[in-house]
Design a protein around this ligand. Structure first.
Ligand code: XMP
Length: 509
């Protein structure tokens, strides 16, 4: 495995992605990690990430300098390189004007990290400081016009520094450089695949859970579905899934999910129909945060009550993914403003006195999809777009009523059918409809109508942190609009949302 030290770079998850794409396992840890912990992880190499700080600031993040004596190869990127240089006796200085963007890299020779890289190649720079003087034993391995020490190496000690970012796509040979580090320098092997991950995690889960019982809250999303499948492969019917139908799901979703898990995958599933409870408590509520709180609270109660019926359960499985883990351990996370309360969920296991099992906690979303495929999850579930926990309640602006839910469900079904027909479903991060709390005048036949408006939202995104509104073809939009207005009673106008995130969010509430 490769250990990545997070100095706060916006790119550190990308470094991890690149390493994993080379089929090498890696983990990201903060610089506060103890030397003993590093040694017990036994990494084949260390990558020190970039970061927003200057090495000469008082508060700049640092890791125990003894890492350079462990005889483990180290690659420092941007701030990581500057930290290495500063620690080992070189000097780093501000460059006056921040260098940001493409630069032409002049490579000294095609060896070491630059094996297979041409003399001249593009690289991506983003820094305000640069190395001025190298520590003893280091030599320059590449330069750009503005940055003489754009890359450096101490070949005997296997220490390397890059001022530019090999992990971003704007450095076309970045992956070659990283591969050279991983395979030639660190001696890693390409053995991290979803097959090996599945095998190892199944063994690990068997060891942890043994003969005891485990429960899992199934939502129908990819994360909880893959977690269920993985745990089921490991401990079979020791796993019970609880699926709470909150009445806020898409058309036919509850039935489909029940069938897939029960009949197709043969997994124990307890279906709890709590629709009335949720809908009754939502009566008269229009504030989005209150909706979320109510839904969250009832979910926990219903789930707990159901879980209590499973006598002797000791474990609770959750589909937590790596980006959430990284965010919560990041040394630079700091307190962020609560935009929507779903970003701060938790508390379920503590109250329930169950031990947590989170087999996906080191995976990224697309790896979870690959794992789902490996485990035989049906395509439909693998490619299901994310769906928020509070469901359609936060897509009905204003009060959630049974009648409004019925309208939105029909609209949503038509929309998804057309998006799929046109081959856009997998290309979009999410596509859905929002029912607005205002009416508009229309004409149908010779009659005046005064009915609901729905907004269509379709976005592309990698991780939901940022998103672009999708440039759907006009004929697709036209088709969706026609079908909705013709087929769904109560709707006489369709509008398309052309805002990106930020400053808008993906959901309207
Ligand atoms: P926003 O609207 O914050 O959404 O841009 C980002 C992603 O999170 C989903 N989302 C939620 N998921 N509970 C959830 O489980 C929620 O309350 C919630 N609100 C938003 C949203 O669908 C998008 O994928």
């Amino acid at each position: 495995m490769i250990l990545i030290i997070d100095f706060g770079s916006q790119y550190n998850q990308l470094i991890a992605r690149r390493v994993r794409e080379c089929h090498v396992y890696c983990q990201i840890h903060p610089p506060t990690i103890a030397l003993d912990d590093i040694q017990s992880l036994d990494p084949k190499g260390l990558i020190l990430s970039g970061g927003p700080s200057s090495i000469y600031e008082n508060q700049s993040p640092r890791i125990d300098p003894a890492i350079f004596d462990l005889k483990i190869p180290v690659l420092g990127i941007c701030y990581g390189m500057q930290f290495m240089m500063d620690t080992l006796g070189g000097t780093v200085k501000g460059v006056g004007k921040r260098e940001y963007g493409f630069a032409e890299l002049q490579v000294k020779s095609q060896e070491g990290l630059f094996k297979g890289v041409a003399n001249k190649t593009k690289c991506w720079m983003s820094h305000g400081d640069a190395v001025e003087k190298l520590p003893r034993g280091f030599k320059i391995t590449a330069s750009t016009e503005n940055t003489k020490i754009a890359a450096t190496a101490h070949v005997k000690k296997n220490l390397f520094g890059l001022q530019f970012h090999p992990e971003v796509v704007h450095t076309p040979k970045g992956k070659t450089i990283l591969r050279n580090f991983l395979f030639d320098v660190c001696g890693c092997k390409h053995i991290w695949t979803m097959k090996s991950f599945a095998r190892d995690s199944i063994a690990q889960i068997q060891k942890t859970i043994g003969n005891k019982k485990v429960i899992l809250g199934l939502s129908g999303g990819i994360d909880s579905s893959v977690t269920a499948l993985l745990i089921h492969k490991a401990v079979g019917n020791k796993l019970t899934c609880i699926f709470v139908d909150n009445g806020l799901l898409r058309k036919d979703e509850a039935v489909k999910l029940k069938n897939t898990f029960k009949q197709h995958l043969n997994i124990n599933i307890r279906y709890v129909n709590a629709r009335n409870r949720f809908l009754n408590d939502l009566t008269g509520v229009t504030d989005p945060e209150r909706k979320r709180k109510i839904i969250g609270r009832i979910f926990i109660r219903v789930f707990e009550a159901e879980a209590k019926k499973i006598k002797g359960a000791e474990f609770l499985a959750q589909g937590t993914l790596y980006p959430d883990v990284i965010e919560s351990i990041s040394a630079f996370g700091g307190p962020t403003a609560v935009i929507k309360s779903h970003h701060n969920v938790g508390g379920l296991p503590k109250k329930m006195k169950l031990s947590l099992v989170e087999p996906l906690r080191y995976l990224f979303k697309d790896e979870v999809r690959l794992l789902g495929k490996e485990l035989g999850l049906p395509e439909e579930l693998i490619w299901r777009q994310p769906f928020p926990g509070p469901g359609l309640a936060i897509r009905i602006i204003g009060e959630v009523t049974r009648q409004r839910l019925a309208i939105l469900r029909e609209v949503d079904a038509v929309l998804l059918e057309e998006i799929k027909n046109y081959g856009y479903y997998k290309k979009l991060w999410q596509s859905f409809a929002v029912l607005l709390p205002i009416k508009s005048v229309g004409i149908m036949g010779d009659q005046r109508t005064y009915e609901n408006i729905v907004a269509i939202r379709a976005v592309t995104s990698k991780d939901a942190m940022t998103a672009d509104w999708a440039k759907l073809p006009h004929n697709l939009l036209g088709h969706i609009s026609n079908r909705i207005i013709n087929e769904v009673r109560g709707v006489n106008r369709v509008v398309y949302d052309i805002s990106s995130k930020p400053p808008s969010t993906i959901e309207w509430e």
